[in-house]
Design a protein around this ligand. Sequence first.
Ligand code: VGL
Ligand code: ZN
Length: 201
Amino acid sequence: MKTLLIIDVQNDFMPGGALAVPDGDKIVPIINRIQHKFDLVVAAQDWHPKDHVSFASNHEGKKEFDEIQLHGKSQTLWPDHCVQGTEGAKFHADLNTEKWEAIFRKGMDKTIDSYSAFYDNGHLKSTGLSGYLREKGTTQLFLCGLAGDICVYFSAHDAFKEGYACFFIEDASQPLDYEAFKERKKTMEYLGIQVISSDTI
Ligand code: VGL
Ligand code: ZN
């Protein structure tokens, strides 16, 4: 049973947005073109309160893209993005949402960031996505969206650990940092997460 998980295709990650991913908008028509190939389509939405710990604006003396130590781990400080209820948090207007059966929100806890659509960055709390996919009968999970080196990558990593056969759709994703993505791709290939093109689905 094939499921498509569309991650964070939101205005703030588009060119001109608060945390713009280069060519982030190029993936929208590709995602629209492939949705009919799946038995189930679900999405993830980055959904932060204004006082979220990952925002540089909430740390005096810190700048955007600085790194801090948080819960014993390194945390990048981002520009304010995907603030609950704002235009930036909305999905791209051209994205076809007709087939979406569920939207899993993440990043609501102000004390911790949440890159993966499955767990927060400390793996403390589940979003319920894995149980949902299992109950729906998902065997193969295809992932796409933004940013390829961050939220899509960490979601693929968690999905793989949860036992799903994982496929990362490269042309339906775009990274924030291309060099970082090259390393992520090596890790995925090493684990057995297949990196594929949308025309092979
Ligand atoms: C993301 C950084 C912060 C993403 C979300 O969707 O990749 N990146 N929040
Ligand atoms: Zn975020």
